[in-house]
Write a protein that binds this ligand. Structure first.
Ligand code: BJW
Length: 230
């Protein structure tokens, strides 16, 4: 591949083969939970214990021995060795599998499950264990102030200015393992197209925005991504 600036958007599908559930599959996370209950500020306000439990269990799973980056994460890390800072991975995933594989130029637009945030001061802290609503926040000393450092529906995704700057400057945009149902990420392909970039979708199946892409590869991310960057 010979491009000057590449932006790769990743979604839950890239981590599926590492053993992390996607959201919208038949056995996905939203089959087990109502989105409104666990992924909105209103859900958190109504039942913080349920929401903390949901994220505590996903954090415990991620920190278990079974979850490792797969060939797709590793292929993107290898690509960064060639492109350096000219390759930006924008992930919607809150896991740390891109980092574990060796990628360093990453934006976690929907946050990171291994961090927590004070709801009042917005200070962000690393976390490796459970968050309980009884925990006191380091910065404000209040109980119940700590929340997962993630972006719920109705909240503004992170580092949007940097992302749009990169989309305006890129000549290749690749989306991997995302259903194209959630905005603003689902709209990035249109921004990249406006910038004159080639656009490619890699997914198990056509996404909700597949017609916006100029190129498509359907199959497992662990097969298609290494094949693309080889
Ligand atoms: C594989 C595979 C394998 C599986 N290999 N592939 C009406 C129109 C437009 C927008 C809105 C609207 N009404 C409301 C909105 C806004 C709303 C929104 O988009 N709602 C939609 C439901 C319509 N968005 C927001 O509220 C966002 N904020 C916002 O818009 O702020 C205002 C703003 C304005 C202007 C500019 C900027 C901002 C915030 C969205 C936050 C989403 N949060 C979540 C939870 C994060 C924390 C957590 O993880 O718990 O993010 S929801 C969930 O969905 C999570 C994901 O990151 C996100 C996307 O899911 P993803 O990754 O696509 O997963 P799946 O499961 O859907 O798809 C997986 C795909 O992989 C499938 O296609 C499989 O086939 C494939 N696959 N195995 C290859 N092995």
């Amino acid at each position: 591949m010979v491009y000057k600036r590449v932006v790769v958007l990743t979604g839950a599908g890239i981590s599926a083969e590492s053993g992390i559930k996607t959201f919208r599959a038949d056995d996905g996370l939203w089959e087990e939970h109502r989105v409104e209950d666990v992924a909105t500020p209103q859900g958190f306000a109504a039942d913080p214990v349920l929401v903390q439990r949901f994220y505590n269990s996903r954090r415990a799973q991620l920190l278990g021995d079974d979850i490792q980056p797969n060939a797709a994460h590793r292929a993107l890390a290898d690509l960064e060795k060639v492109y350096g800072d000219s390759l930006l991975v924008v992930t919607q995933n809150i896991d740390n599998l891109h980092e574990q594989a060796g990628s360093t130029n990453i934006i976690h637009m929907h946050g990171e499950i291994l961090k927590m945030r004070c709801a009042y001061t917005h200070l962000v802290y690393p976390i490796s264990t459970d968050i309980s609503i009884d925990d006191r926040c380091e910065c404000c000393g209040l109980r119940g102030a700590l929340r997962p450092h993630v972006v719920w529906f109705g909240e503004m995704p992170l580092q949007m200015e940097e992302i749009y700057d990169a989309l305006e400057a890129c000549d290749l945009f690749i989306a991997i393992g995302t259903s194209g149902n959630v905005y603003p990420a689902a709209g990035f392909v249109r921004q990249a197209t406006l910038s004159g970039a080639k656009t490619m979708e890699i997914n198990l199946e056509p996404s909700a925005v597949e017609s916006a892409f100029s190129d498509h590869r359907y199959g497992l991310a662990s097969v298609e991504v290494p094949a693309l960057v080889a």
